[in-house]
Design a protein around this ligand. Structure first.
Ligand SMILES: N[C@@H](CCC(=O)N[C@@H](CS)C(=O)NCC(=O)O)C(=O)O
Length: 309
């Protein structure tokens, strides 16, 4: 089997979701540490412009967005109990990855949290980071609540979690996909010194964090971005086993020129030929001057498919 490659950087919370999933599933992987800001010259030829983090690469197949990355890894590891609670677990996962994500970002944007988080950065790096994130969220701000409301929301969440966890995971004695989405948001907040006191009263929540953290990040080796690009360019993409275009979803057919872009922030369209468009996946094939023929996969939800190159 081709070893999965994760393009990520250490403080990225969505990357932590996937690193922890690798640990839980026991899937061996390769790690490419990317810059926390653009440009990423060795990754863009593979992703076609998609710029959020993380990105999973399996040979010449590129998976964008943790929703589809999780499903791909669960299938690789036969980790189907992750989705045993079906609808409910997937909905909670989506809530955490969207609404709770915005709350925790707002929380870590409190002045005291920013100071704690960015204290290692030089002034020039800080300015470059702020400029990059302003471009990422241009017209579609990620933070939509004020810090005080975010703190109130988050404390309410901790209180109700404390009452419901009882030494287990969200849906019982095995972790589900919802736990990985909740965990990375809690990890992001807990990792900031300025937030330590928020967790202090909640023993169950701290125990839950420790249980999730105990999965670790599994077994991995480091490779550089050039090597990963070479792997992609030397391999042929594999079509999804169930590739199809569901007529009720759109007026598209296999082979149509389309673009796919996130419908929230970082709306950079990726252009290619449609391979699959069904309830849980959009796959397009593209030919890149550097990366060659690659297939890029997105979840159906949260992305917009449009006609045209
Ligand atoms: N819905 C996406 C969200 C990914 C996301 O927002 N990641 C953040 C990092 S944690 C990001 O892309 N930041 C900008 C960047 O890394 O360029 C997913 O599930 O993968």
């Amino acid at each position: 089997m081709t070893t999965p490659i994760l393009h990520h950087y250490p403080p990225s919370l969505f990357s932590e979701k996937i690193r922890t999933l690798f640990g839980y599933l026991g899937v061996e992987w390769q790690s490419v540490i990317i810059a926390p800001i653009m440009p990423r010259p060795h990754l863009m030829p593979l992703s076609g412009g998609y710029r959020k983090t993380p990105i999973l690469q399996i040979g010449a197949n590129i998976y964008c967005d943790t929703e589809i990355i999780c499903r791909r890894l669960a299938a690789l590891a036969s980790g189907q109990t992750l989705y045993a609670n079906g609808f409910a677990a997937e909905r909670v996962a989506r809530w955490a990855d969207t609404e709770l994500f915005r709350t925790v970002v707002a929380l870590n944007f409190r002045p005291e949290a920013i100071v704690a988080q960015m204290s290692q950065m030089s002034q020039a790096d800080l300015e470059a980071f702020q400029k990059d994130r302003a471009e990422l969220s241009a017209g579609t701000p990620i933070v939509t609540v004020d810090p005080a409301s975010a703190e109130a929301d988050f404390c309410g969440l901790l209180e109700s979690l404390e009452a419901s966890l009882k030494g287990q995971f969200l849906f019982g004695s095995n972790p589900s996909i919802a736990d990985f989405s909740l965990y990375h948001c809690l990890w992001f907040v807990a990792g900031n010194e300025a937030n330590k006191s928020l967790f202090e009263p909640w023993a169950e929540v701290k125990g839950y964090l420790a249980r999730m953290q105990a999965f670790g990040h599994g077994t991995y080796s480091e490779i550089d971005a050039e090597t990963a690009l070479k792997v992609g360019s030397e391999m042929e993409p594999v079509r999804p086993a169930n590739a199809r275009v569901d007529a009720h979803l759109c007026g598209f057919s296999v082979g149509n020129a389309v673009t796919v872009a996130p419908n929230d922030y970082g709306r950079i369209p990726v252009a290619g030929e449609l391979v699959s468009l069904c309830d849980d996946e959009v796959a397009i094939e593209r030919v890149d001057d550097v990366a060659g023929r690659v297939m890029v996969h997105f979840p159906n939800i949260g992305f917009e498919v449009k006609a045209g190159a």
